[in-house]
Write a protein that binds this ligand. Structure first.
Ligand code: CTP
Ligand code: CA
Length: 237
């Protein structure tokens, strides 16, 4: 066996991955969005498919030229649409990975017609909070609506601030979300969004904290899948 051969260790494993950013409409031509490229989610999808998994990607807006090959792709626009698809598909999955950048807020109302500039100047945009899809998946598992052995993976894009560093914020988020693995990415200074490389930590519910050295999103994907595979029950692969 060649030392550089890709592992084929996810045969029979059903993986559902959210990728890209959501867009929250304001009127027929405008939306609130974010800079997610979808690269990390797509890299995970490609790597999982190469390792034998059956992969579905639920994708919002992405900046990737090509969809990953050998993968089912479902397109969505808003956080609510993403929530519906992920909730439905999680029931049939062994592994669910929330790599999407979900808008935390959406406009309360969507204008039927294009908002005009008018003479009075801009009106404030009232926002409401979107569902927390990752938290909802963990709650569904706790409530028995999805199988107890479903592996749930979250992402956290963090910057350090006066209250703590990237890892501190990552640990706090991990405790709040209740997922099995949290990929903590250091962002800002040109890191993560739209770039080819990622760095950070992988936190697991068994208490391990693995540093992810700066490297390609492909390498990051393979590190994440190594940890995911160890959590998938034998009967599912
Ligand atoms: N996420 C989600 N639903 C949301 C917001 C986030 O499922 N409405 C998921 C993301 O896909 C990611 C994880 O939760 O896997 C963390 O997202 P993040 O934006 O870092 O966390 P928030 O809980 O939104 O906290 P904040 O943005 O305030 O840091
Ligand atoms: Ca958020």
């Amino acid at each position: 066996e060649r030392a550089d051969a890709l592992p084929y260790d996810l045969a029979g494993v059903r993986v559902v991955i959210s990728a890209g950013g959501t867009r929250e409409p304001l009127d027929p031509v405008r939306f609130l969005g974010n800079r997610s490229s979808g690269k990390q989610g797509f890299a995970l999808a490609r790597a999982a498919a190469q390792r034998g998994a059956t992969v579905t990607v639920v994708a919002g807006s992405t900046a990737e030229p090509g969809d990953p090959a050998g993968v089912e792709i479902i397109r969505v626009t808003t956080a609510e649409e993403l929530s519906d698809e992920m909730t439905k598909r999680a029931a049939e999955a062994d592994v669910v990975i929330m790599a999407a950048a979900v808008a935390d807020f959406r406009p309360v109302s969507v204008a039927d017609a294009k908002i005009k500039k008018g003479a009075e100047g801009p009106a404030p945009i009232e926002l409401t909070t979107n569902p927390d899809i990752l938290r909802g998946l963990v709650e569904s598992r706790d409530a028995g609506r999805i199988p107890a052995d479903t592996v749930i993976v979250g992402f956290a894009a963090e910057t350090g601030d006066e209250t703590g560093g990237v890892l501190d914020h990552g640990r706090a988020k991990f405790a709040r979300k209740g997922c099995d693995l949290l990929v903590v990415n250091a962002v800002g200074d040109g890191k993560a969004f739209g770039t080819e490389d990622n760095t950070g930590w992988l936190l697991s519910s068994s208490g391990t904290e693995t540093a992810l050295p700066l490297g390609s999103k492909t390498l990051m994907a393979s590190r994440i899948l190594d940890e995911v595979r160890a959590l998938v029950p034998d009967g599912d692969r």
